[in-house]
Write a protein that binds this ligand. Structure first.
Ligand code: ADP
Ligand code: MG
Length: 275
């Protein structure tokens, strides 16, 4: 039998170290990322560090432009940082050449976006299968697909193309696509941003349930307290830096949490005022 550590791309997946501590699925160390815009240089991330435990549900909050998407893209290996490093299952992404990084990302990271990013010409089912088809045939794939479609209430919709699905259904397809390969971590960028509030809340509940039921480590970035309240822990970004972090446990309801968030980030910019 092959040890997990011998399988390319699956090293350390939930493996206990000699101290009995599980390797964290995500460690972010001192990330800095700059963008050039004309003559100006924008520091989108400044010395950001973050560790996420296995099975934890974390929300990264911050106003528009605070660096949330940049952080998620660097964690996902879609963007290389200028300084610092990202370890997923103990593996340093910065040490990987591009091709290995692409393969590693496919196996270890599940991505969910605001705009769903489904392939319009493919059925719901084929969209879900896409990430594992690229890796060659998988004997368990059919069974995993059936289980996931049933769990996400998509079985009746599996033959439909995205344009025949509601927004909530499209996002559930995207979540199924993110999970089918059994990644170490799910990363979601404003996953409710294109949905009405009731549907948005059902997507948050689904992410929370999957985290609890399946031990899916999840990081959601959002500017909305109504989304972040579903997480166990909230990390607040401001101007590319980690301002503070706190547990959601101590808040009785959304209003208390939203008030605390406003306190820590200071005055609300006009663009962020909720109707
Ligand atoms: P958020 O997701 O919190 O709204 P972003 O991470 O998208 O914030 O952006 C953080 C900052 O970096 C912003 O000032 C944004 O304009 C800038 N930025 C992000 N991506 C790029 C890019 N590809 N080129 C230039 N500037 C960028
Ligand atoms: Mg963003």
């Amino acid at each position: 039998m092959t040890a997990a550590a011998d399988q390319p791309g699956k090293e350390n997946h939930g493996i206990m170290s000699t101290t009995g501590e599980s390797t964290p699925p995500l460690e972010v160390e001192n990330l800095t990322k700059r963008f050039r815009q004309g003559n100006a240089v924008i520091e989108a991330l400044k010395d950001v560090s973050l560790t996420v435990r296995r099975g934890e549900f974390v929300a990264v909050m911050g106003a528009s432009g605070s660096g949330k998407s940049t952080l998620l893209h660097v964690i996902a290996g879609l963007t290389r940082p200028d300084r610092g490093r990202v370890l997923i299952d103990g593996q340093d992404l910065s040490a990987m050449p591009d091709r290995r990084l692409t393969l590693f990302r496919r196996r270890h990271v599940g991505l969910v976006f605001q705009a769903f990013n489904l392939i319009p010409t493919l059925s719901a089912q084929d969209n879900v299968l896409l990430p594992i088809l690229a890796d060659g045939h998988d004997a368990d794939a059919e069974q995993r697909l059936e289980g996931l479609l049933a769990r996400l209430e998509l079985t009746q919709r599996r033959r439909h193309r995205p344009d025949a699905l509601s927004g909530g259904e499209q996002q559930r397809v995207a979540i199924a696509r993110a999970i089918i390969g059994d990644p170490s971590i799910i990363l979601a960028d404003e996953p409710t941003g294109s949905l009405d509030s009731v549907t948005g809340q059902s997507i948050c509940r689904l992410l929370q349930e999957l985290c609890k039921e399946q031990g899916r480590t999840t990081v959601v970035v959002t500017h909305e307290p109504a989304v972040a309240v579903w997480a166990e822990r909230i990390v607040v970004l401001k101007d590319g830096q980690v301002l503070t972090e706190f547990s959601t446990e101590k808040f009785r309801d959304l209003h208390e949490l939203a008030a605390h968030y406003q306190d820590v980030v200071g005055a609300t910019p006009a663009t962020e005022v909720q109707p």
